[in-house]
Design a protein around this ligand. Structure first.
Ligand SMILES: *Cc1c(COP(=O)(O)O)cnc(C)c1O
Length: 468
């Protein structure tokens, strides 16, 4: 498989290039040059398979065999999902007559990001081992991605990971999911500053080319193609279990950066018959305005009960735009430049009209979200987290079209206990493997918000230094 950039001005790349570089050098995002084809019989054959066998089949065409052999891929995939706490990995629960919930929160950090990041960590480690290289991963987190990235990188032979978080500004559960990891290659940095300060420090490290080269710096950010690929598999697994290709299905996806719903679009382009995607937003509703009203204008980000969706510019949306614009990289470049300069996407009405045959959108505010958590609990006894609730609410607002709807449950309710308790009066318990989280010893270095201080700390502890 070869990959092209959504901005169209660099040569085709291999999976290896795409995995290690993340963002394309022309500022675009990588996408496969063509979609691998999965036939209706291939889909029927998935139904009896174990989850990991489905992943192996779905991701195989995206990765060169010379880079990852069949037996290595099987081993990497088995290992990626070995830490999940449910035997089915991604179980389905029926919610009402035409709605099912796909539970994507049984991974080590209780959110769906584990699906992609656990696989990404294994692929990184394998490819670096083949190249005889080490990598230093640096990241900034306001809470959620940090722990998933740390769990994906801990104890890997060829990686070190440094995670910067704003001291005193992440929840105790989120902090402890990072700081209680005792692996020698994990470094938590509590910054005396805000999340934006953390992000600026990470950007400054990448901008220092000497540092970047000597430490072989990398990121595990949400635009890496391998993350999208790792998420595509659960659309196939869930659809096959629900009777695809012989059943009419749609997916409802709580959306922030558009990575999760785009992975579903990839499954559909590969041949999985999905009739509709319902894109669910909270009060940060730029995607709702695009799909529903044909307008894509940036407004301020407002905090909500579903913080992982508090985003205005959804980075993965550019991948869909590339297809909506006929894979014309020059047109995407011009549109993205205008969007950044003017805060509004030119031609949004026309693009939206084309997209609407496949994508519907809904938005929920915090009160509606709490109402959904409450009513689901009253009707079924099930506790759902606020992100999942936005999606269940979006499904309920969308008139029935005769399809069976699969709602993606992206976080465990115990990750957002305050909202769940406020809605239901019940405080969800952490699963047993995390029950002692609040008493485990923590490990973090507290540093001043100063580039030199952070750089020296990373240099002193990273083992990737090629110059030493
Ligand atoms: C990251 C995240 C989302 C948003 O997913 P995108 O791929 O960014 O659209 C939704 N819910 C939870 C719990 C998340 O962590």
């Amino acid at each position: 498989m070869k990959y092209v950039s959504t901005r169209g001005s660099i040569a085709e790349q291999s999976f290896e290039d795409v995995l290690l570089s993340g963002l394309a050098r022309d500022g675009g995002l990588f996408v496969p040059e063509a979609w691998p084809n999965v036939t209706p019989d291939d889909i029927r054959a998935l139904a009896p398979l174990r989850y990991t066998e489905i992943v192996t089949r779905i991701v195989r065409p995206f990765i060169e065999v010379e880079l990852v052999s069949d037996s290595d891929l099987t081993r990497i995939v088995e290992q990626a999902y070995s830490g999940f706490r449910h035997s089915e990995i991604a179980p389905l629960q029926q919610l009402d007559e035409d709605t099912w919930v796909l539970e994507l929160f049984h991974g080590p950090t209780l959110a769906f990001k584990d699906f992609a990041l656990q696989l990404l960590g294994g692929l990184f480690d394998h490819v670096l081992g083949m190249r005889g290289e080490r990598l230093t991963i640096v990241g900034a987190t306001s809470g959620d991605t940090g722990s998933a990235a740390i769990e994906a990188c801990r104890d890997r032979e060829n990686l070190d990971i440094f995670m910067l978080y704003p001291e005193g500004r992440v929840s105790e559960v989120q902090r402890r999911q990072m700081t209680t990891v005792q692996s020698a290659n994990v470094f938590n940095v509590a910054m005396r500053g805000t999340f934006d300060d953390c992000q600026d420090l990470v950007k400054a490290m990448f901008a220092d080319h000497a540092l970047r080269d000597s430490l072989n710096l990398s990121a595990v950010n949400s635009i890496n193609w391998a993350r999208v690929m790792g998420q595509t598999a659960y659309y196939f697994a869930a659809a096959a279990k629900m009777g695809a290709p012989d059943a009419r299905l749609s997916f409802v996806v709580p959306t922030g950066n558009f990575g999760n719903v785009y992975a579903g679009y990839v499954a559909r382009q590969m041949g999985l018959p999905i009739e509709k995607f319902i894109v669910a937003s909270n009060r940060n509703d730029i995607l709702y305005r695009f799909f529903d009203q044909g307008d894509m204008s940036i407004t301020n980000v407002e905090p909500s009960l579903s913080p992982s969706m508090d985003i205005q510019v959804s980075s993965n949306f550019e991948r869909l735009m590339f297809d909506l614009m006929g894979r014309d990289g020059a047109a995407v470049t011009a549109a993205m430049q205008a969007f950044r300069a003017e805060g509004s996407l030119p031609d949004a009405a026309r693009l939206s009209a084309d997209a609407r045959s496949l994508f519907l959108a809904q938005r929920l505010d915090d009160d509606e979200t709490l109402g959904v958590i409450r009513s689901v609990h009253e009707d079924t006894g099930m506790l759902i987290d606020p992100h999942t609730a936005v999606a269940v609410g979006a499904a309920r607002k969308t008139p029935s079209d005769g399809t069976r709807r699969i709602v993606l449950a992206t976080a465990h309710p115990a990750k957002f206990p305050d909202a769940v308790e406020k809605a239901t009066g019940v405080r969800p318990d952490l699963p047993s493997h995390l029950a002692d989280l609040l008493v485990r010893p923590e490990r973090a270095e507290t540093l001043d918000n100063d580039f030199g201080t952070v750089r020296d700390y990373v240099c002193a502890h990273a083992s990737a230094r090629t110059t030493s």
